[in-house]
Every structure is written in C-alpha cells, then in structure tokens.
Design a protein around this ligand. Sequence first.
Ligand code: CS2
Ligand code: MG
Length: 403
Amino acid sequence: MKITAADVFVTCPGRNYVTLKITTDDGLVGYGDATLNGRELSVASYLRDHLVPLLIGRDAARISDTWQYLYRGAYWRRGPVTMTAIGAVDVALWDIKGKAAGLPVYQLLGGAARDGVTVYGHASGAGIDEAVADVARFLAAGYRAVRVQSSVPGLDSTYGIRVGGGLTYEPAADDRPVEDVWDTAAYLDFVPRLVAATRDQLGYGFHLLHDVHHRLTPIEAARLGRSLEPYRMFWIEDSTPAEDQSAFRLIRQHTVTPLAVGEVFNTIWDCKDLIAERLVDYIRTSVPHTGGITHTRRVFDFADTYGVRSGSHGAGDISPIGIAAALHLDLTIPNFGIQEYMGHLDPAGEVFRSGYHLADGMLHLGDEPGIGVQFDEEAAARYPYQARYLPVNRLTDGSMHDW
Ligand code: CS2
Ligand code: MG
C-alpha cells in the first residue's frame, strides 16, 4: 500500500480550512485536517514544500513509523505549524487504514468505551439576559453541557460572542486583525454575576463551563476560580497564558474550581508537568494540532495515569475531518471528559460531508470505514482562501495584552 500522491486544499466555506488528501496505489484515499486558524497557509506550505515529497513511495500502513520519521526527522521539533502538518498526515493515514480494514477508526483503537461523545455547546449573548436565554436554548436542544460567554459591560467588543446566527467569532475577512480593548477589573467583576444568573435561572442539572482565553494573571485566575466555587463549574478554561505551566501551581493553591487548559499545546512536552503534578483537571489538546490521533492518544493515556481527563478543543476552526478524528479517540479512551462542539457554518456542509450526528447532547459516529468524512474538491474550489485573523487585545491605556 504505497502512497502515490498527497494534495493540499485550502478552502473558505464560511471560514478557512486546510485539508490533506493522501492517495495510495490501491486506490484508497485518506483525509487529514491541517487547519491552523490565522496561519493556514504556513501549514499548507509545510505540507506541500516539505512533507509531500517525503510521503511519496512510503508504505501508508506504517503510521507509527511515518509519525516518528516526520517528528524526529525535522530536527526542529514541535510547534503548532509542524505538529498540525504531522497531525494531518497521521489522520489521513488512519483514515486509509480504516478503509483498508473496512472498519471505522474507533474499532481499530479498541472499540467504543461509551455510547456516545458528550459535547458542550457555545452559548453567548450581548449581556446576562441574552446569554442565559442562549444557554436555555442549548438545554432545550438536548445539550448536557454548555459554555457561557457574554459581552463585558463597558467594553466595545468581547471575543467569543456569536454575531447573529453565525458560528464564527472572527471579524470579516481582512489582511490584519482587529484590535479589541480589554479590562480585567471589569471582567472579574462581571463573570460571577453572569454565572450566578445562569445557575439561578436554569439550575444545576447541567454542566456549566466558561472560557477565559488566557487573559488573567495567576492570582486573578485564582480569584475568579474562588468566586465561582458556589456555582459548581465543570471547568474554567485557559485562565492564564498557557505557556507558563507553573502559573497553575498558584491557581491550584487557592481554588477547587476545576481547571482546563491545552488548546494551544501541540505535544505531550507542553503539558507533562501540568499533568504529572495534577495542576489541571482536563487537558484540552486537539487531534489536529497535537500531531494527530497517534500523539494525542499518548497525551490522554499519560493524563489518565494522573486522573486528568480529556476535554478536546473542538472550535469551528477545526474542520469536520478534525472533529471526526477527535470523536474516534474520544469514544475509545478510558479518561474521556468532554468534547467541545461548536458546529460549522452552512457552506462547510457542501465541502465536507460528515458521518457523525448530534442526539441527546452527544455526538455519534456513523459506521463508515476510516474517519468517515467525505471531501468534495469541486465544492472546495468554489470557496477560495480569504485572509482572516483572530483579534488582538490592548488594555485601556493602549498596552498590548494577552489574547
Ligand atoms: C476557543 C476558540 O473554542 C474555544 O475554546 O478558545 O474559539 C479559539 O479561540 C479558536 O479555536 C482559536 O483558533
Ligand atoms: Mg478556548
């Protein structure tokens, strides 16, 4: 089963996605998600210019060897671009292996360990009333877990708030990011009120989550965690800039609110201390950005040793191929925690046809062999790449702030 071709597609059906297609000499094709929000073309180039020539002629069945070859062989290990590119190759090869075996990938990973994959949805609003009403809408749709975000009073814009019926938080296409203004004091005063109102009005019969987007100092995060303790959060996410693992030691000393981090990590080396010291409760690395199924499985297995559960990142900038790949892993691991699920904008359904579906607050995979997502090249060509960026943050005095 030799690899005869590997092609990279960049498409923007509502937002940008990068897809790798690997073809073998016996006619099988496998797909991997190579999307890295705001840096899509870097991964496309890494694949086209550096990995595709190495893949041609390799045995598609040797997933583990190919992973090691690409990781160790680069010399410049790790980093989001490298690991997303390796992840796309890995998932495409798992897709091929499943198709060759006539089995969904989760069967190759040991079979289902649960009936479905519990997901959390993204509720948001321009203020408390709108946000609480949006949480209620998710609960009425059967979700068992909901993340709540709201515009912060006094700030012109707050990232993570849905505009209209849209499923994207990034501003319209532009060649540079918009600049938001951030005020930590206003945020810290507001969030406990948002969470209290959500619990007061909707009760405790569901899991409630909140994403801080890496914007606090350790002691501010500790204060937030403590102030939310009465409301039994499922987690607070990314409370401090994630590259400083030692920050979590301080947060941990002050609060029993569960902590989650990991969407910007890309290898086990980014989180091994957090896990081994039990500084977080959920590790949110994602299959596409963490070297694919092969490496993300190692992260989750290691986490299980320390009682840390998975919490896979699943924002809309992960394509349906990346989401499906995560679901195959979620379904099989012992320490599954929760899967984020934001969904995709309408035109994405013309390009990607996924076999998974949502029922009772869980995502369920179909029976198709492999990863189970079809990619339509002609539809993809109708939606060319558009430059789009996440916003950046400045404080009220004009200083750059963490985003
Ligand atoms: C967020 C994302 O889903 C999340 O938890 O943090 O919206 C994140 O900002 C984007 O995926 C970044 O590309
Ligand atoms: Mg997040």
